[in-house]
Write a protein that binds this ligand. Structure first.
Ligand code: FE
Ligand code: FE
Length: 310
């Protein structure tokens, strides 16, 4: 049997490798099969390790599991029409923007989540029962307020459940949309799929170059690439100061901008492979206090809590 010809081996100089590095993948879509179930597991680990308020983290684990089950049952979204997609591409708009009228399916997700949480603590159950008794228009109004981050008009106890249902709906939509449709927006500080702000920044390990920084959408969980030194709010370069809690999880840092005085948290998976932008955010509220006391303002929403009432 003839042997197949072998390609000659060529030694590539270090400089040439660096020069040839491609820009990292611009987007990472959430995996609907694992997103919420992994998050639930992370909440459980954090609760067991006593790194936050145990009862709250356990409830959030239940909520994330309920999201996983609600997502599996969530109806497939209608395909976006070609004219809409063309308009979004032309004007640099996200295709699943939150300013369009709400689809009733999000309320179906809320029903599904509430049905899963029958053994939640009494106080949470009371909030859920109250939500389920509200009419569609009132629920939609609250959802729109949350999507616009209009916190003063919201009931803080309802926010995690409304937020969880909206996430289910948007994750379903973005997973159905597929990566090929996404384009870089003119504004790199909001999600290219839905236009929402990021909840946190993640230094990922499951990418061609470990440690690459992505911003994680607070609503639809799409991630988009941003260079490490760039402020996630005002895009100032190399103005970030890094904060962490002495003796705390080394994977968790605050990225605070000296220019706009806003901050976002960063979770380094090279130091903690399971770090999750939602769960670890809620388990590191001491860092929020430190940053607040240092004169920085939280600029990133987490739909599971209302700032100042965590
Ligand atoms: Fe998004
Ligand atoms: Fe800034």
């Amino acid at each position: 049997m003839a042997s197949s010809p072998r390609a000659p081996i060529r030694i590539i100089p270090q400089g040439e490798i660096a020069g040839g590095l491609k820009e990292p993948p611009a987007f990472r879509l959430p995996d609907p099969n694992s997103l919420f179930v992994d998050r639930a597991a992370r909440f459980e680990v954090l609760a067991a390790n006593g790194v936050g308020e145990k009862g709250f983290l356990r409830l959030m684990a239940q909520l994330a599991r309920a999201q996983h089950n609600a997502l599996a049952r969530h109806p497939a979204p209608a395909a976006l029409n070609a004219a809409h997609l063309e308009r979004c591409t032309q004007h640099g708009l996200p295709p699943l923007g939150t300013d369009a009228p709400l689809d009733a399916a999000w309320r179906g997700a809320l029903d599904g989540i509430a049905g899963e949480l029958h053994d939640a603590p009494a106080a949470a159950r009371q909030v859920l029962d109250h939500l389920l008794a509200q009419d569609a228009a009132l629920l939609d109004t609250q959802a729109q307020r949350l999507l616009s981050l209009d916190y003063p008009a919201l009931d803080a106890a309802s926010v995690p459940f409304i937020g969880a249902a909206l996430q289910v709906h948007w994750v379903k939509r973005v997973a159905a949309l597929g990566e090929g449709v996404l384009k870089k927006l003119d504004v790199p500080t909001v999600c290219p799929a839905c236009g929402s702000p990021p909840v946190a920044s993640v230094l990922r390990i499951d990418v061609p170059v470990p440690g690459t920084r992505y911003l994680h959408c607070a609503l639809c969980a799409t991630e988009w690439y941003m260079t490490r030194g760039c402020c996630s709010q005002c895009e100032a370069q190399d103005k970030l100061a890094y904060f962490h809690i002495d003796g705390g999880n080394a994977a968790v840092r605050g990225e605070a901008c000296e220019e706009c005085k806003g901050y976002i948290k960063s979770f380094n998976q090279e130091k903690d492979a399971q770090a999750d932008p939602y769960a670890d955010d809620l388990a590191s509220l001491a860092l929020d206090i430190l940053l607040d006391e240092s004169g920085f303002e939280r600029a990133s929403p987490n739909y599971f809590f209302v700032p100042g009432q965590g």
